[in-house]
Design a protein around this ligand. Structure first.
Ligand SMILES: [Zn+2]
Length: 154
């Protein structure tokens, strides 16, 4: 295909260095685009644009330690849940899990919820943290101890 800009070069698929803006943050992304061999002008096909969307989300997630598209998919499949079942389980709209797997970045609180509700080790660690916190705050009833705080039944 001829270049739309210079009308001389040929547009060929190539890995291009781009920048995506996600949550007001600029993230460098390497993704395939059609690049003019003459002037360097870049365009993306629909498929390249979809792949770029996912690559951008993955770069952002990697930077911020969030579950990646593949991990989100693996979590849902490990639970043996459809998009709808997974959405119900997390109490979010049905479209949300589909969007995350298509490259919409889940927020950190949702990422945490997904981990807590799908990963037994993570859930156990959370319980241990809660118990440690309750002990250190002196809110757990322990026989023979004087409590500085009002007691809360466990
Ligand atoms: Zn060109």
């Amino acid at each position: 295909m001829k270049c739309f800009k210079c009308a001389k070069g040929t547009m060929m698929p190539a890995i291009a260095e781009m920048a995506a803006t996600i949550r007001a943050e600029e993230i460098p992304v390497r993704a395939e685009a059609m690049v003019c061999r003459n002037c360097g002008f870049q365009v993306m096909t629909d498929a390249q644009s979809d792949a770029y969307g996912i690559a951008s989300a993955e770069a952002y997630r990697a930077k911020h330690g969030l579950l990646t598209t593949a991990e989100l998919k693996r979590v849902r499949e490990r639970l043996g849940m459809s998009f709808r079942a997974f959405a119900n389980y997390l109490q979010v709209g049905e479209a949300s899990p589909k969007r995350w797997e298509a490259g919409l970045v889940q927020d950190r609180a949702m990422d945490e919820l997904i981990r807590l509700k799908s990963d037994l080790a993570k859930a156990r660690k959370n319980v241990a943290q809660l118990e440690a916190h309750r002990l250190s705050a002196g809110v757990v009833r322990r026989p023979g101890m004087i409590h500085r705080n009002r007691l809360i039944e466990s």
